[in-house]
Design a protein around this ligand. Structure first.
Ligand code: HEC
Length: 102
């Protein structure tokens, strides 16, 4: 008599519930940006960007058009935070000192 043993060894796949992507870097506006900007998409939408102050300003307008709520008092703070952390590739702590041509 054959015993049909169906042994399903369930392998423990460690499946992350959601890929968090790159988190928003710490800063005075981190909590507020996280609250206002990660309702519709995750933070990596933001962290993958490299934009100038003006481009971020336009982006905030676009997001407002989509339904984002950015407190007027925080708008400049948002822009500073975004431009500082996700500014154009050339921005950052690296000070570029232009040497005069000899
Ligand atoms: C009401 C929903 C909503 C909120 C809140 C929101 N976004 Fe978005 N965001 C979207 C949608 C929808 C897209 C995709 C737009 C597209 O594909 O054109 C998007 C895309 C983006 C992108 C990718 C570039 C682009 O324009 O497609 C960036 C950057 C971004 N959002 C930043 C932000 C920031 C910063 C905030 C907070 C101020 C924010 N979002 C809040 C809906 C939202």
């Amino acid at each position: 008599m054959a015993a049909f043993l169906a042994l399903y060894i369930s392998s423990a796949f460690a499946q992350a519930p959601s890929a968090p992507g790159k988190p928003l870097p710490p800063g005075p506006m981190q909590t507020k940006v996280k609250a206002a900007c990660t309702q519709c998409h995750n933070a990596s939408r933001i962290t993958e960007q490299h934009m100038t102050h003006q481009q971020w300003s336009k982006e905030l307008e676009k997001m407002e058009g989509l339904g984002a709520v950015i407190p007027a008092a925080d708008r400049n703070g948002f822009l500073t935070y975004l431009t500082k952390n996700f500014g154009p590739a050339t921005s950052g702590a690296q000070a570029t000192v232009k040497k005069p041509a000899e």
